[in-house]
Design a protein around this ligand. Structure first.
Ligand SMILES: [Zn+2]
Ligand SMILES: [Zn+2]
Length: 148
């Protein structure tokens, strides 16, 4: 979704709410090394407060992962919130600012780059996953094997 920001930059107090879904087909799932079980649901608000334009977004979705340790497939639900200051142009290098040239903001792109930074690179089905036996491949979460 592309958000038009001209009014937001021009009018103090202006508010724009948004709520939409990004379908799994629109997402490059390889970037996430996981499959989307649900669409990525994005909602939030852009607001001009005393001349400063900020956007807040919340992302809710479910991913299907393969555990890095025991290779079991499992699903996990995520919910993240992000906020950014929006500027029309920027001379300063500040990662917290999102530069919206042309007074538009691609929220899909913003949400996905935020999520990629936020999601852990190592995914375990549970924190204390015991993994597989190196010798016989038995899933040690289901009990000991006869190897040791
Ligand atoms: Zn596991
Ligand atoms: Zn074993």
């Amino acid at each position: 979704m592309i958000l038009q920001l001209k009014q937001l930059f021009d009018i103090v107090g202006e508010v724009k709410d948004f709520s939409f879904e990004i379908s799994p087909e629109e997402i490059n799932e390889a970037q996430f090394s996981a499959d989307f079980v649900t669409p990525l649901s994005v909602s939030g608000r852009a607001e001009n407060r005393a001349g400063v334009v900020a956007v807040r977004l919340s992302c809710v979705f479910t991913l299907s992962h393969v555990c890095d340790r025991c290779l079991k497939e499992f699903e996990r639900e995520y919910s993240f919130e992000f906020s950014h200051i929006l500027v029309q142009s920027s001379n300063t290098r500040n990662d917290e600012y999102v530069v919206c040239s042309g007074n538009t903001l691609d929220i899909n792109e913003l949400a996905i780059s935020d999520l990629l930074l936020q999601l852990p690179t190592k995914i375990l089905c549970r924190e204390d996953c015991k993994g597989l036996c190196y010798v016989c491949g038995h899933d040690l979460n289901e009990g000991e094997c006869n190897c040791s």
